[in-house]
Design a protein around this ligand. Sequence first.
Ligand SMILES: Cc1ncc(CO)c(N)n1
Length: 229
Amino acid sequence: MNTICAFERIKAAAIEDWTRYVDHPFIRQMEAGTLPEAVFRQYLIQDYLFLIQYARAYALAITKSRTLEDMQIARAGLNAILDEMNLHVRLCERWGLRPEQLEHTPEHTATVAYTRYVLDCGHTGDLLDLQVALAPCMIGYAEIGRRLAPALLANPEHPYREWISEYASDGFQQAAQAAIAHIDRLAGQAMTEARFAQLVTIFATASRLEADFWQMGFDLAADTPCLQR
Ligand SMILES: Cc1ncc(CO)c(N)n1
């Protein structure tokens, strides 16, 4: 099996779930600047909780590493996640929300489902399973950042400028490229057709959980109308 472009092959095999994730109405409305702030706010608070668990998943990737090189790559992922949370703290501060308040917000089931699924992939599988479960997160947001960046040129007052800039940034784009190269290298070591199918299942499931995560923002905003003002 050709493992040189393992990531691209996995993504191609899961393209429907991937497209529903990166083309979700949340993203289209964000691009157009019409996404209600209440929806974005609910999403961002849950995303803060998400990133706490995601940092644990990258820490697990260090535990699952057999080589120092794999550990260093996992550490870079962990650092990227911990840095990304500064965006959340900054934006939530403007709504009068402190990090302690964010941390005391109950996790939505979509947050629990996605993060614990990724952690479970890491616990039951090996480093490649875990990196493939982590992939939709970093690589998907990088794709979204690239896609939405032109909207900032068209509208200097774009309401989601900071969020889009974060994921379009060189630092985030490079982290995503490194994640792709890492998966391609790990897959090159052992890849049968059966293994490929398992990896596609993991990737497709994580992509569906990403789409559910966007949807959660709409659902929570609809359930808590007082926050819509
Ligand atoms: C749900 C989710 N997926 C991916 C990212 C990007 O790190 C994020 N912040 N949140």
